[in-house]
Ligand binder design. Sequence first.
Ligand code: DC
Length: 232
Amino acid sequence: MTAADLVPVVTIDGPSGTGKGTLAVLLAARLGWQCLDSGALYRVLGLAAARRGIDLDDAPALAALAGNLGVSFVGGRVLLDGADLGDAIRTETAGMAASRVAVHPGVRAALLEWQRRQACPPGLVADGRDMGTVVFPRAGLKVFLDASAQVRAERRYKQLREKGLDANLPALVEEIAERDARDRNRAVAPLRAAADAVMVDSTALSINDVFDLVVEEVRRVFPDQVHEVAAE
Ligand code: DC
């Protein structure tokens, strides 16, 4: 038993562009719990490696960097060595670099305990690829969120454009397919649903529909944690 097992945890795993991140933030706010965006960790590592001139295939150097990563999350902002990274980690290039550094077992091992330490009272919502399978295998509720590749690319396109970032839909479809294949086929902690995960296909659902559905699941598993929202 680890400290993480004493705190209620909801994990949300799935491929990119399913709305995991948005769902995790909304759910954490609704419950008043902490939120862990584990993808951001891998994105920061990819960016830090690029800044230090470390090759994304250099497993030992990346594992050493991961073990010493000066990352912090402050009110929705991501800081590296105290400096706000802004949207630099949200680009598709950063996502691709994250997916490449994430294949190295030493990198994943170096980031494991840091992630588990985020499970603090009153609870944690954690989103990523291996939250329910590796990082929090005893989480009370595990959600696996999926959607068709085309819809995921369209959502990612909209999200990037809204942030004022460059985006090209056909290129995104290809990049998402490449990233999915790497994340699903790597040897360590590949993207897959935990055997006990609740499967949600968001292809035809709005984020509000998905949110309502998952809040019902939380209510079922942690009946004391979902407090009614007072009517306006
Ligand atoms: O969720 P995201 O798009 O920010 O994740 C970026 C990449 O980081 C993803 O393609 C694979 C990697 N990742 C991972 O390997 N394990 C996680 N728990 C989260 C992300």
